[in-house]
Ligand binder design. Structure first.
Ligand code: PAP
Length: 340
């Protein structure tokens, strides 16, 4: 088996890294870009997440300082691995899988950190850390690091170009992404706020007005990069991963430079990792059932595990709505070679 990287510090929650729980739970949010952000177009349709449009994409206002800081200041290392996605496309699952695969020799699966930590605590979201004024946490991580983000490729390009780092990206049926996002928002909204009607959500989504939207350019940018540099950018589809999890876990391991040995395969390690990272297993863990959340990931962890199914859109959309979204997707991806 290829030599596995040592356990990245990103595997540990921030409080564990510093050993003083709570101290960095009062971070000073980054204010450097507040003047710039106050001039950007805004949209309140997804309140309490006010969105701002920055260089063609919409971001939650509270997180935009982090996005801009990553774009302007962050420099990837050659050994970095980035787990990237459009929100609600399978990020949590991919983070769990990548992390479990890469750390499998350090952590016997029976005592793996994923039993007690949410995948977002194992693979930290770098723009959130920058937004919280904790960029130094990322710098202090020993190589190899595993980091996550929902940032579009166009905003990350300068930070990663020429570094030799690797990227794993997951995309998902646009209709299921919208349904997942709509439910997530519903759980996030304060009781006094009205639910966003699904038809309005669809309309905003089609206009690209949603976290990291528009979805189509987000997906296309990573798709095109994966076509240009397949050895450095692995492009995955949620539906295909659900259909053939074993072959995808193996592919992921190979891409990350730590393929499963024949012995590991015979021992059933691939299946064990898949079980550990499965929706059912993760959802039922105490860390993901309770009201837990951390300073980095604002939402309660339980909101990340809803149904975990392919095709739930059929329970929310009329055939007309689905046709509209499918036609938009086909039109946007036309000529790219990408089918979803
Ligand atoms: P994020 O962008 O906030 O990180 P993300 O993990 O990308 O969220 O997406 C959440 C979706 O992934 C949810 O889909 P649903 O709303 O349609 O149910 C969630 O259920 C699903 N999900 C989370 N963990 C897993 C998993 N281990 N396997 C499959 N799907 C999962």
């Amino acid at each position: 088996m290829a030599t596995l990287p040592s356990l990245p510090t990103s595997s540990l929650p921030i409080e564990s890294q510093n050993g003083k729980k709570g101290e960095e739970q009062n971070p000073t949010p980054l204010q450097e870009y507040d003047d710039l952000i106050s001039t950007l177009p805004q949209h309140e349709g997804w309140l309490p997440l006010r969105l701002r449009k920055y260089q063609g994409s919409w971001f939650p206002e509270h997180n935009l300082p982090g996005v801009i800081a990553v774009q302007k200041r962050f420099k990837a290392r050659p050994t970095d691995l980035f787990v990237l996605s459009f929100p609600k496309s399978g990020t949590t699952w991919l983070k769990a899988l990548a992390f479990a695969i890469i750390t499998r020799t350090q952590h016997p699966l029976a005592h793996h950190p994923l039993h007690s930590l949410n995948p977002h605590q194992c693979v930290l979201t770098m723009d959130r850390l920058f937004a919280l004024g904790q960029a130094s946490t990322i710098e202090a991580m020993p190589s190899p690091r595993i980091l996550g983000s929902h940032m579009p490729f166009s905003l990350l390009r300068d930070s990663i170009e020429g570094s030799g780092c690797r990227i794993v990206y997951v995309c998902r049926d646009v209709k299921d992404v919208l349904v997942s996002w709509w439910h997530f928002h519903d759980k996030m909204r304060p009781a006094e706020m009205d639910r966003v009607p699904f038809a309005k959500a669809l309309e905003m989504f089609c206009q690209g007005i949603c976290h990291s939207g528009p979805i189509w350019s987000h997906v296309l940018e990573y798709w095109e990069e994966s076509q240009r540099r397949p050895e450095k950018v692995l492009f995955l589809k949620y539906e295909e991963m659900m259909e053939e999890p074993t072959s995808h876990a193996k592919r992921l391991a190979e891409f990350m430079g730590c393929p499963f040995s024949l012995e590991e395969e015979k021992e059933g390690l691939v299946e064990e990792i898949l079980k550990l990272c499965s929706f059912e297993n993760l959802r039922n863990l105490e860390v993901n059932r309770s009201d837990k959340r951390d300073a980095v990931h604002l939402a309660k962890f339980e909101t990340l595990f809803r149904k975990g199914k392919v095709g739930d859109w059929t329970n929310h959309m009329s055939p007309e709505m689905a046709r509209k979204l499918d036609e938009m997707t086909q039109q946007k991806f036309k000529g790219s070679g990408l089918t979803v």
